[in-house]
Design a protein around this ligand. Structure first.
Ligand code: HEC
Length: 476
């Protein structure tokens, strides 16, 4: 079929103006709501901006748009809506399946309609049907739902420590979870929820740097894998909910729950979550562009499914990369990190990262007064749980490549090697771990490890604790 006139006009206009324009603009008319604007809004905004959705108002009719035309034009122009913070991928191989961003053509069509006098409607029977109220679950109907045994009271102001609640599953067999959703009931005060699967008999070790089973963060909170993938929930596991609330001026209560959809049989690929993290970060007062980074060497051939950057209020930008044979390639670039949206970036075609590849993250923090989110530019900032402390974690979801290079003996030995674990935590290298060293990783276990209570964990005390723990917890 020959290219339509509008396609040719559009190509010409792109050439002349150096921009991408919509059909309507190429033809010199204002786009119509029904066939040219509504499809964009339905795709890019509809999931959240509907009754019962996460956004505060619906955008389902031409009236909904017209009423807020000015604000919508602003957020579309600024690129703050839809929430999507990744730069366009450097190579098509690194496209994300959940990329919500508007193309330049979509942006210009939406803006042209919002800013026109007439705002033509067109034939509404050709518009996409309204999505209607959000369903109770975004995933398929769960096979099992676990909720907090009682509601958590969230106070009106101040900060709240993390709350850990352990819920029994009572599963007598391993379950394969092909979809999960973590659903708070008071979303406006929930900063995040991490759900860990704690093996039977193990003590609750909610260590967010190590990876989690499921999570709720603004802009996330669910995952539905394709048919070949699922996460394993080992039999007898408890679900440990780690909840972080940020009071917002009004006392309320929350009773978060998790919904799980099971696969009938073991999947082709087991999905796992891990974190690449930098617990030693240390940001000077007032520093405007403080850099931190961390990297791991991939111990076995793996396929990378997603990245999820995690920083707090001083996070400014984030980059994830892979490096092999001295060649570094950017995998995810987030030029303008926004603490309010902890998005996961899911690969459309998950790339294979062979054993020996370095996977790394780099981030810039802004601890200056020019950062409007900065709670205290005068503070020296280190790793910690509260939003006023910092973190740098690049969570990855991955699966092992079938028949690929398995985890090598060398890497296995390093993971087991107490001397290198100890050296990692003993930040100042004085032969003992003092309180505060090793950040969050150590804080919770410090008293248990410091057997003689002298405020220092020696190598012997460290080994003794590790031996006690390894009797209780099977190796990963
Ligand atoms: C992932 C869910 C999500 C998507 C997709 C989304 N929004 Fe939003 N939107 C929100 C939430 C939540 C808020 C309220 C919090 C905020 O302003 O950040 C919001 C706020 C807004 C606001 C008010 C901003 C202000 O400053 O008052 C506008 C306007 C808006 N969205 C327009 C859009 C448009 C247009 C689209 C699609 C092109 C879109 N949104 C897509 C969740 C979403």
């Amino acid at each position: 079929m020959a290219a339509s006139t509008s396609t040719i006009l559009r190509a010409l206009a792109s050439l002349l103006l150096g921009t991408v324009v919509s059909d309507a603009m190429a033809e010199g008319r204002v786009p119509e709501y029904a066939t040219e604007v509504a499809p964009i809004v339905s795709r890019a905004c509809g999931e959240c901006h509907r009754a019962g959705g996460v956004a505060p108002f619906a955008l389902e009719t031409a009236d909904d748009l017209a009423r807020r035309a000015k604000t919508i034009a602003r957020v579309v122009r600024d690129g703050t809506m839809p929430p999507w913070f990744a730069a366009p991928p450097a190579s098509p191989a690194h496209r994300f399946s959940n990329d919500a961003s508007l193309s330049e053509g979509e942006k210009s069509a939406l803006l042209a309609w919002l800013e026109s006098e007439a705002r033509p409607i067109g034939d509404l029977s050709k518009a996409p049907p309204p999505r209607g109220p959000a369903p109770e679950w975004r995933i398929d109907t769960p096979d099992a739902v676990f909720e907090l045994p009682e509601a958590v009271a969230v106070k009106a102001s101040g900060t709240m420590p993390y709350i850990n609640v352990r819920v029994k599953t009572g599963f007598t067999e391993d379950r394969w979870v092909r979809a999960w959703e973590v659903a708070p009931t008071a979303r406006d005060v929930v900063h995040h929820v991490l759900v860990f699967a704690v093996p039977p008999g193990a003590r609750g070790a909610a260590d967010e740097a190590r990876g989690f089973f499921a999570a709720y963060v603004p802009g996330g909170g669910m995952r539905q894998y394709d048919d070949s993938r699922a996460k394993r929930l080992p039999k007898g596991s408890d679900l440990l909910f780690q909840l972080h609330y940020t009071p917002n001026g009004k006392a309320t209560s929350d009773r978060t729950r998790i919904g799980l959809v099971f696969a009938d049989a073991a999947p082709k690929h087991e999905v796992r979550t891990a974190g690449i993290f930098d617990p030693k970060l240390d940001i000077a007062p007032g520093a405007a562009s403080h850099r931190e980074g961390a990297a791991i060497t991939v111990p076995a051939d793996a396929r990378l499914l997603s990245w999820m950057p995690h920083m707090h209020l001083r996070g400014k930008s984030f980059r994830a990369y892979r490096e092999s044979n001295g060649v570094r390639e950017t995998m995810l670039e987030v030029p303008r990190y926004d603490f309010n949206w902890q998005l996961s970036y899911d690969y459309a075609q998950p790339p294979v990262v062979p054993r020996g590849t370095v996977l790394g993250i780099e981030a810039v923090f802004d601890n200056s007064s020019a950062n409007p989110a900065n709670p205290d530019p005068a503070a020296r900032v280190r790793w910690g749980q509260q939003s006023t402390d910092e973190m740098l974690i690049g969570y990855i979801e991955y699966e092992l490549v079938e028949g690929g290079a398995a985890i090598g003996e060398g890497a296995r030995a390093r993971l087991r090697d107490r001397a290198s674990q100890f050296a990692f935590l003993d930040e100042d290298g004085d032969g003992a771990i003092e309180r505060g060293e090793g950040g969050e990783l150590v804080a919770r276990a410090f008293d248990a490890a410091d057997a003689d209570g002298d405020g220092r964990v020696t190598r012997a005390e460290f080994d003794a604790l590790a031996a006690r723990r390894s009797r209780r917890t099977p190796p990963p």
